[in-house]
Design a protein around this ligand. Structure first.
Ligand code: HPA
Length: 291
């Protein structure tokens, strides 16, 4: 079948012979594209259902090897609707992992950030694909700037809630979704059974890609934030819309601007992530097994 003249399509992908409408086209239903991506993942991995999804942010990628047995791995650009990563330090692949519990996890190391300018649909496509692949739980991880002085770089923190300062939403139209207990208190409780020392904080998502000014960090503190970053909140909203239970975790990769005595750099974020990788990877693997 050839595309209708003038109709925008996603490029052809291995494992699917379906024609897929362009995710960015306003007339396309983003959930249809997510269903095709999930069917493609099912066909390529031979795994019928992925019960849990894990999105790996800066500093968390070592977890991919520690979670269980990798059954299949795809480059993000090979899965319908996903984009190749824009950035060094980000993994760029999607794995199907068999957990020791017998459940299957979809491990998404290919996050699209709002600051890439590709639109909110691309940002949350992984979440919608995970839901279409059968997930009931999603674990969202990120690297973040810490506003709490006592949280040294390298500290993992449970996200208790978020403040979305991106001025956008993944929801389109009159879709009034309740966000109470968005970051599941049940799942946070399970995580604390694994590590009782885990702190909790409110994550403030900025658009980026610039880091915040010290004044913006002070604003984030005054409105109730403990962590600043450029991901997660929009994905969590999409997850709630799709009926997923959300566990969110930040790795403090640096003290936020103005809290830190030194200027921020992406290299510092990557270095801290690398230094903490083994520790937080093991922690995440233990938590995922308990979900
Ligand atoms: N600000 C925003 N995003 C970040 C930071 C930060 O300080 N650190 C890691 N990601």
């Amino acid at each position: 079948m050839s595309p209708a003249p003038g109709a925008a399509r996603e490029p052809d992908h291995p494992g699917t012979d379906r024609e897929v409408p362009d995710l960015d086209h306003p007339g396309t239903d983003p959930f249809t594209v997510a269903e095709v991506a999930a069917a493609q993942i099912r066909a390529l991995s031979c795994v019928d259902r992925h019960e849990v999804a894990i999105v790996l942010g800066s500093g968390w990628s070592a977890a991919a090897d520690l979670l269980g047995e990798t059954v299949a791995e795809f480059a993000a650009g090979d899965v319908v609707g996903f984009c190749a990563p824009a950035l060094a330090g980000h993994v760029g692949s999607i794995r199907s992992v068999l957990l020791p519990t017998g459940a299957h996890a979809l491990v998404i190391g290919a996050r699209t950030h709002l600051y890439e300018g590709k639109g909110v649909r691309r940002v949350v496509h992984g979440i919608r694909t995970a839901a279409a692949a059968g997930a009931g739980i999603v674990v969202l991880t990120n690297g973040a700037g810490g506003i709490e002085e006592s949280w040294a770089p390298g500290t993992p923190v449970l996200i208790s809630d978020h403040i979305n300062l991106t001025a956008t939403s993944p929801l389109e139209g009159a879709t009034f979704v309740d966000l109470t207990d968005l970051y599941s208190s049940r799942l946070r409780g399970l995580a604390r059974e694994i590590d009782a020392t885990l702190e909790e904080g409110v994550y403030v998502q900025f658009r980026g890609p610039h880091y915040e000014t010290p004044a913006e960090v002070q604003m984030a503190r005054r409105i109730g934030g403990h962590l600043v970053g450029m991901s997660t909140a929009l994905e969590a909203i999409a997850a709630r819309q799709a009926g997923l239970e959300v566990l969110g975790m930040s790795l403090v990769t640096n003290l936020a601007a103005g809290i830190s005595p030194t200027p921020l750099s992406h290299a510092e974020v990557i270095e801290t992530g690398a230094a903490a990788a083994g520790r937080v990877g093991h922690l995440l693997a233990r938590i995922v097994r308990a979900l």
